[in-house]
Design a protein around this ligand. Structure first.
Ligand SMILES: Cc1ncc(COP(=O)(O)O)c(C=O)c1O
Length: 356
């Protein structure tokens, strides 16, 4: 039976990427060796790193005064790398869920954290708006897409202080105005690769703003100065990321990706709003295009386990909602085919018929 992969991360990747990765595990780039057993310093692999950086720049239209590097450790490592480098006195954070809470916790080790706005009062079902941003902050930190709750910023906010964004779960799902950000960071294991590598896009002026003597691996300059090769980088995930970036370019880049993502999300949200058995959990204007959360309608809660089993029998994988939200979460990342969303919608309609 065909499987529809709605996993929240690691998650679906384009089939061509998986095939090319499998081939490279056998033999990589004319080296006569497996990708898994080459030196990261071979010219063939350095070419992969350079190509991935160039594709980041091209696809996201990253201006010349930014650097891009790739590093291991996951986004959770960045939660403390960021304040270790840049939090001298005070930083502002917008709290939109688990991932910002975790980054706030780490930041507090290094200085004062001002939570400028939070949506915790309504279990993170909206994106706070209209908050003031004091000009004396070292930086402002946001998470643009809240993977667990399914809320997303749909505009690039203006900030008078350096804006740092965790884009782990919506990177390259839409065009963004990179010039509004001082730093864009994330784990690549949702839209760009398998697990094991994070991407960092950083404006040049930030490289002079490191406020303390941090360990070498934590200092952003280490990775910029050594072109992501200070230590042994995660070779396989970087290769997979480069293949995904090539795929993104081949389908028409981020504008086209956004068009497709919007089409997929509209399809599912329309069904959630139409179908009397289900309802969405997030304010409509803040609904994520990537992680679509929904629960059973009021009075129908008892049907949840039955729907889960029903969907599983029809090939749906990974639609169980996070325990903090309950219900269901269909992660519709870049590589998820529209047919998978259509299959889920059909499954919801069939379930509705069954319970008429
Ligand atoms: C938005 C967001 N930030 C951070 C993380 C943590 O990333 P990692 O597992 O790479 O440490 C996740 C993981 O799902 C996430 O969705």
């Amino acid at each position: 039976m065909k499987k529809h992969n709605f996993n929240a991360g690691p998650s679906v990747l384009p089939q061509v990427v998986i095939e090319n990765a499998a081939k490279a595990v056998i033999e990589f780039g004319g080296t006569g060796l497996s990708l898994l057993s080459i030196s990261h310093r071979t010219p063939e692999f350095e070419a992969v790193v350079n190509e991935a950086q160039a594709l980041f720049r091209e696809l996201m239209q990253i201006p010349d005064n930014y650097k891009i590097f790739f590093v291991g450790g996951g986004m959770s490592t960045q939660f403390f790398h960021i304040p270790a480098n840049f939090l001298g006195k005070k930083a502002g954070y917008i709290n939109t869920g688990v991932w910002t809470k975790k980054s706030i916790k780490e930041a507090k080790r290094y200085g004062e954290v001002q939570v400028l706005a939070t949506s915790e009062d309504k279990n993170f079902t909206y994106i706070p708006k209209g908050f003031d941003i004091p000009e004396d902050l070292d930086y402002l930190y946001i998470c643009t897409n809240n993977t667990i709750y399914g809320s997303e910023y749909h505009t690039d906010i203006d900030s008078p202080v350096p804006l740092i964004a965790d884009m782990s779960s919506d990177i390259m799902s839409r065009p963004v105005d990179v010039s509004k950000y001082a730093m864009i960071v994330g784990g690549a294991q949702k839209n760009l690769s398998c697990a094991g590598v994070s991407f960092v896009i950083i404006r040049d002026d930030m490289l002079q703003k490191v406020v303390r003597d941090v360990p070498t691996m934590v200092n952003v300059n280490t990775h910029v100065d050594n072109n992501s090769m200070f230590n042994t980088p995660p070779v396989f995930p970087i290769f997979v990321m480069n293949e995904t970036l090539k795929w993104l370019k081949s389908i028409g880049g981020l504008k086209e990706m956004y068009r497709i993502n919007k089409e997929k999300a509209d399809l599912l949200y329309n069904e959630i709003d139409r179908n009397p058995l289900f309802r969405g959990t997030v304010e409509k204007e803040d609904r994520s295009l990537m992680n679509i959360c929904f629960i059973m309608a009021e009075g129908k809660e008892d049907l949840a386990p039955e729907f889960m089993a029903f969907a599983k029998e029809r090939g749906m994988v990974g639609i169980k909602g996070h325990r903090l939200v309950g219900g269901f979460r269909a992660s519709c990342y870049n590589a998820l085919p529209k047919e998978s969303v259509e299959a889920l919608v059909a499954c919801m309609q069939e379930f509705e018929q069954l319970h008429k």
